[in-house]
Write a protein that binds this ligand. Sequence first.
Ligand code: ZN
Length: 413
Amino acid sequence: MNILRLSTRREEQQMSVKRVKSLLFYEAAGTPSGRIVRTLIERGPLSAREIGLSTGLAKSTVSTALHELRLASMVIDRRPANGRSHGVGRPATVVSLNPQAGTCVGLLIGAEHMQLIVADVSHAVLSDRTLHLGTDYSVAEAPGRAAEMLEQAYAELHLSRDTLLGVGIAVGGPVNPLDGRVLRPGGMPNWAGVDIRAMFEPVLQQAVFADNESNCSAIAEMTWGAAVGQEDFVFFTVDLGVGGAIVSHGRVVTGIAGGAGEFGHISIDPAGELCRCGNRGCLELHASLRRPLELASRRLDRPVDTEELIALALAGDVGCQRLLTDTAEAAGRGLAMVGSAINPGLVVLGGRAALAGELFMAPLEAAYDRHTLVKRSDVAPEAATRFVASRFSRNSACMGAVGMVLRHYGRRC
Ligand SMILES: [Zn+2]
């Protein structure tokens, strides 16, 4: 009896997975059900009203399609998560894709580790694990290690691999959107030229989506973070490196070869120091946290790490405050060039510099305003560039790799 019930449940699950997969493919893109499933997988649980606004479908069409999707066990009604804002009048329930209807994996390839997150199509994180590999792990062993991590995660969750829609991979360098090859990764030179899709797809036996860490982090910000509901914004990271992403019409701009949003390598001094990218005088040399960390370590005559530098500054250490303020001003000057090029409505500041809060944000904004063409005082408040800190203190790139599958599944030809 139990075996029968178990096998029936498994069959129902397989059916839901198949239906969701079919509704995400091109043929279903124009149908009301296809549009609703696409919206729910990209944005997570929504009220019926929000589904109507997002898809542009009439209220009655949304209602009929949701009824059919409920009958097919593809969506379920649930209470909104705590803290979710729905504006005036919180709905009693939101609609979510059935968690049984599919899972996604995000894989972050770091210089010394790999991180793997499993989430379901309702956006719940089911598993998050990290494997430390050391600095000398070879590129060739990475796909096999990733496959082991994936196998272990699904075994522990008692989940069938058949539920998996795809694997998103975040790497520390630009990825060519046409062929999936990694280009010039500053921090991970042995990955240069590696074709991520060709390398991982046969081993993982799954559709693989790949992009660089910053672009993935931007996807995390627009899916769960500080840019939810924003179609156009700039993501700007200041940490040991400087980087970012440009999001336009809800899509990360990759550029023709994957090189868009590499703000850290805007050369601001042609005769300046040599950068790790091979160019001279890159913004990253002036605006990353490396220089202030060196100076703070020299001042205190012991190694100081990023968290301590920020803690000392926030606790009132004038020298550490000055080091962060100078860095924020340099970062703001560089970002002002991006501002003059694309005049964004929103800048999301990521990286650990964001942990310093206003101490970093205020001089960054002031320098941006001083050096960009359109000033805050030139325009109405709603036309001024807004600055907000990322809501992710960790995991943004790996969660973004999950988000990449949620957004791109079925769209690849
Ligand atoms: Zn550079």
